[in-house]
Ligand binder design. Structure first.
Ligand SMILES: [Zn+2]
Length: 249
């Protein structure tokens, strides 16, 4: 059994979900990146027994931050199929513009920080875990998580791509590391694969961050190869880790 801890699918993704299910991906988390896509994530989860929703405002969309927007995310989070607050975090590298093109400019750091902190507080209040996007040069994201104190609700860093020290601090804080295809298959990032080989399997989640959750099997395959572990064992363990984080059976 495999699990996808972070993808972006919608109500039109019927074939993509079917393809994933047929290959053994039995738990799929789709994340919103703003109010509109969070509504869509909830609708999508309601269509498929295997899909669960995450709601949140992405740091790329931090210009949409208002108290009202966070309140709306809180309302959406009460739907029965919502399991986490995501996609939230900090990004000091760039963002996707309204046409979906990646640009090297980001929303003001202080606005991103305020939005991130408010959504972490919301997660804590609603007793939902937070799945976090981190594209900053240092450990600021972990500092904010520590400050708000999500130790009782749980956290995962999605698309983990940092160094072993960062990974170690996460593990010390009980934070899961979700491994995605981008860093794992980057031909110029051999050191990342060495880091994955060293991280305890008990803290690993698997994701694609795409619209094709079946791709998570390739991620599990690569992790099992790097760690010299059985494919099924890695898939099962990552799925159990995710269930533990979400407190579901
Ligand atoms: Zn994402």
């Amino acid at each position: 059994m495999f699990s996808e801890s972070h993808c972006h699918i919608d109500t039109k993704s019927i074939d993509a979900v079917k393809r994933a299910e047929e290959k053994g991906v039995k738990l799929i988390l789709t994340a919103g990146i703003d109010i509109k896509s969070s509504v869509e994530a909830v609708r999508t989860a309601e269509m498929f027994p295997t899909v669960k929703a995450c709601v949140g405002i992405h740091p790329w969309n931090a210009d949409q931050y208002s108290e009202e927007a966070v309140r709306k995310i809180g309302e959406l989070a009460k739907a029965s199929k919502v399991v986490a607050i995501s996609e939230i975090g900090l990004d000091y590298v760039g963002r996707r513009d309204s046409e979906g093109k990646f640009v090297n400019e980001y929303i003001d750091k202080s606005i991103q920080l305020e939005l991130f902190r408010e959504q972490l507080k919301l997660a804590k209040k609603l007793k939902l875990p937070a799945l976090v996007h981190d594209r900053t040069p240092d450990e600021e994201v972990l500092d904010v998580i520590e400050e708000v104190d999500l130790s009782k609700v749980g956290v995962a860093i999605h698309g983990f791509s940092k160094d072993i020290y960062y990974a170690q601090r996460c593990i010390n804080m009980g934070i899961y590391l979700s491994i995605g295809q981008r860093a794992l298959f980057d031909p110029n990032n051999k050191s990342f694969r060495e880091i994955v080989a060293k991280i305890s399997i008990e803290y690993i989640l698997t994701e694609t961050d795409s619209g094709e959750p079946e791709g998570v099997i390739k991620v599990v395959e690569k992790i099992s190869e790097l760690k010299n572990l059985d494919l099924e064992y890695v898939g099962e363990t990552a799925t159990n880790n995710l269930k533990k984080l979400l407190k579901i059976n």
